[in-house]
Write a protein that binds this ligand. Structure first.
Ligand code: NAP
Ligand code: MG
Length: 400
């Protein structure tokens, strides 16, 4: 069989524990036999991040920027206990946070839907994608408690200018909180959301509470509208797509009666809460994909789950664990089809589409790992381990 030659490179970012084991397996069995892989490899395994004083993480992020496409394995976020376990020189920051800040990107999470696993919400026929603004608001707040009566004010000072506003004239003890966001961050977030909608050909919704918070949430609404009108409206209309702004409570009420197939752009707190609701209603963590989109275009694909630490310890003891590689495989197919789109390589795009179809067929025909077997209707006759699952996908790759 003639392997597909890739015109340009992908930044390949390896990681830790069970997902590192599966990374090599997926490549060896499902990709390398069919594609002459062209990647720049970055080893973000915890030991190598430590050895390179985390320079490798920065190089990986810069490679995604330069090449336009990256694919990433899950990585350990170092903690005190990990420092002991891996004899680290120091506790390095989360690689995902480092990459996200270099790319100024937004993370989009999308569940992979399978007919034998029905979402808890019956009307959801297509995935609901959540884009969460990952800067500011209550996550970078200032707050304290107030012991008794007194005035609470917000003060802004710049040089000799000062602006102040009364928050509350407290009559007794209570609490107070101040929060902020920046036009730049909101604008980057809006751009990433519209880019994602265009890439995936899905409409974009954004919701806030601008009736109550006319300045703060109103600024979010206005920046989204401005970015849409000036940079995206024409492209959206050409692609038959739309942008819809509504109040957050209206959005929540509509979502549970909607058929899906939309991007729901959320402010930081809304995204935190709603992404967990969507993930849990959709099924297993191993069926959730994640894409980081930079407002200037580059994208990084990964699985939403972590390194599946407990499975790794069991694998080290010789167990063939029933870890589900689906989201990892979809990270690879996402990156390959993005590369195919940028390089106009339809044969690479069809390979990626066939591989995704083979995975779905495998699961729907009852060859499943343990996490899915629990949720599946009908129940499979037998639960597969990760190696058997990958072989079952390979067996269907020609016929998907
Ligand atoms: P996790 O790796 O997502 O796993 C949590 C649990 O979810 C697992 O114990 C397993 O449940 C289930 N699970 C997750 N993925 C699965 C899969 N592919 N197949 C089957 N079951 C799966 O989260 P964690 O154990 O809390 O975190 C482990 C490490 O991952 C941490 O060091 C954390 O820093 C890192 N992490 C990295 C990323 C990232 O790089 N994107 C994201 C999150 C966490 P059962 O044990 O019940 O089978
Ligand atoms: Mg959350």
């Amino acid at each position: 069989m003639v392997k597909i030659k890739m015109k340009n490179s992908i930044a390949e970012i390896d990681g830790d524990e069970m997902t590192r084991v599966l990374w090599a397996l997926v490549k060896e069995k499902l990709i390398l036999p069919f594609v002459e892989l062209n990647t720049e490899y970055y080893d973000l395994g915890l030991s190598n991040r430590d050895t390179t004083d985390d320079k490798v993480t920065i190089q990986a992020a810069e490679a995604i920027k330069r090449l336009g496409v990256g694919v990433k394995c899950a990585t350990i976020t170092a903690t005190l206990s990990r420092q002991k376990e891996y004899s680290l020189k120091k506790i390095l920051p989360s690689p995902n946070a480092t990459i996200r800040s270099i790319l100024d990107g937004t993370v989009f999470r999308k569940p992979i839907q399978i007919s034998c696993i029905s979402p808890t919400v019956k009307t959801w026929k297509k995935p609901i994608v959540i884009g969460r603004h990952a800067y500011g608001d209550v996550y970078k707040n200032a707050e304290f408690s107030i012991p008794g009566p007194g005035k609470v004010e917000l003060v802004y000072s710049s040089g000799d200018k000062e602006k102040r506003i009364l928050v509350a004239d407290m009559k007794g003890p209570g609490i107070v909180q101040g929060m902020h966001n920046t036009d730049d961050s909101i604008r980057s977030f809006a751009r990433s959301c519209f880019l994602y909608g265009l890439n995936e050909s899905i409409p974009v919704w954004f919701a806030a509470k601008d009736t109550i918070s006319s300045t703060y949430d109103g600024r979010f609404r206005d920046i989204f509208e401005e970015v849409y009108q000036t940079e995206f409206k024409e492209k959206f209309e050409k692609s038959g797509l739309s942008y819809y702004y509504t109040l957050i409570d209206d959005a929540v009420a509509r979502i549970v009666r909607h058929e899906g197939g939309i991007l729901w752009a959320c402010k930081n707190y809304d995204g935190d809460v709603m992404s967990d609701m969507i993930a849990s209603a959709a099924g297993s963590l191993a069926m959730m994909t994640s894409v980081l989109v930079s407002p200037s275009g580059p994208v990084e694909y990964e699985a939403a789950h972590g390194t599946v630490q407990q499975h790794y310890y069991r694998w080290q003891k010789g167990e063939k664990t029933s870890t589900n590689p689906t989201a990892l495989i979809f990270a690879w197919t996402g990156a390959l089809s993005k590369r195919a789109e940028l390089d106009k390589q339809p044969e690479l795009a069809s390979f990626a589409a066939n591989l995704e179809a083979a995975v779905i067929k495998t699961i729907e025909e009852g060859d499943q790992t343990g996490d899915l077997a629990l949720l599946s209707n009908p129940k499979p006759a037998k639960v597969l381990n990760a190696w058997e699952f990958v072989d079952a996908v390979l067996g269907r790759l020609g016929s998907a």
